[in-house]
Design a protein around this ligand. Structure first.
Ligand SMILES: Cc1ncc(COP(=O)(O)O)c(C=O)c1O
Length: 310
């Protein structure tokens, strides 16, 4: 036997030797113009303009979004205090879920603490509903880690298909030996930046009785959603990128959202998102859909100068 602590040190050395050692670097404030904190630097840090965030529209700094979060803090305090099904649910969660459902064009939506949790919760609940030995998951080879982890946590039977290959998806569905099937794909792929053939996938799912789970995490100027009659669609998204806040959601027909409320472990067994995060996301979704006070909020350069150095 050997202590696991030795393996920890060895693993860290291996990561460093491979040139893959990473640590989080602090930025002094939000916005794209800020300072990289460095206590050894005579000015306490280096001025930078960064292009690395997922806050694509700059909404995390939008005055209306920040004001909504502050108002929610004043009204509700900092944390939700419990899981949503216990006492962690506030009216602002309802308002946000209505707005997200409308945006996705579905009957209902449910907010999760993060987009990662939403994928975990959705896949786990769908596979458990179908029965894990009776449900095949078909997953694009370049899907996000949260999808991969969701499939693993669900202990699902999985067929990984070549990137963007609709024929391979159709083949996997048509030849499956399981009764049920879930096709899961990113809408926009994080690393390559390409877009899934969502209409074709939805058509194949409708024809071959599969649910389509579309991970619409990177929606910038609106969701990339298929409109195909007869397709059982679950849209997963994040509030943490374009909407500049923190959280995730799943949008679908009412029965499917009710399934998530009752059986998605990443919803049931975790604290509700903070009211301030929910309020910020709600204000941001209004801003992303048009203008706030006459200002075109959909332009990435709309962030007022004074809000970039908060
Ligand atoms: C494609 C994709 N899906 C899901 C997530 C997870 O979202 P969140 O950061 O809200 O957990 C991310 C980013 O982190 C992502 O890029």
């Amino acid at each position: 036997m050997a202590p696991l602590a030795d393996a920890v040190a060895a693993r860290n050395r291996a990561v460093a030797d491979a040139g893959r050692w990473r640590s989080a670097r602090a930025l002094e404030c939000g916005g794209v113009r800020t300072r990289l904190v460095d206590p050894g630097h005579p000015d306490g840090g280096t001025e930078v303009v960064h292009f690395a965030s997922n806050d694509y529209l700059g909404l995390s700094q939008h005055p209306e979004v920040v004001a909504a979060a502050k108002a929610a803090l004043d009204t509700y305090g900092a944390g939700a205090g419990a899981s949503r099904l216990v006492v962690g649910h506030r009216p602002v969660h309802d308002e946000l879920e209505v707005a997200l459902g409308e945006r996705a064009g579905t009957e209902a939506a449910l907010v999760f603490p993060t987009g990662y949790a939403a994928n975990l919760g959705v896949l786990g609940a769908m596979v458990a509903a179908g029965g894990r030995h009776d449900t095949l998951v078909v997953s694009d080879e370049l899907n996000h880690a949260s999808i991969i982890d969701g499939i693993r946590a669900a202990r699902a039977e999985v067929e990984v298909t070549p990137h963007l290959d609709v024929d391979a998806v159709a083949d996997a569905l048509a030849t499956r030996r399981r009764r049920h099937a879930v096709v899961v794909t990113d809408a926009v792929f994080s690393m390559d930046g390409d877009v899934a053939p969502v209409e074709d996938l939805a058509r194949v799912c409708a024809e071959l009785d599969a649910t389509l789970v579309l991970n619409e995490a990177h929606g910038v100027l609106g969701p990339v959603l298929p409109r195909v009659e007869g397709c059982h669609l679950v849209v997963v998204g994040t509030l943490s990128k374009t909407l500049g806040s923190l959280g995730g959601y799943a949008a679908a027909n009412r029965a499917t959202v009710e399934l998530f409320v009752n059986t998605a472990r990443a919803f049931v067994f975790t604290t509700g998102s903070s009211p301030a995060d929910a309020a910020a996301a709600l204000a941001a979704s209004h801003a992303a859909l048009g203008s706030v006070d006459g200002e075109d909020t959909t332009r990435p350069d709309h962030v007022p100068e004074e809000t970039t150095h908060r």
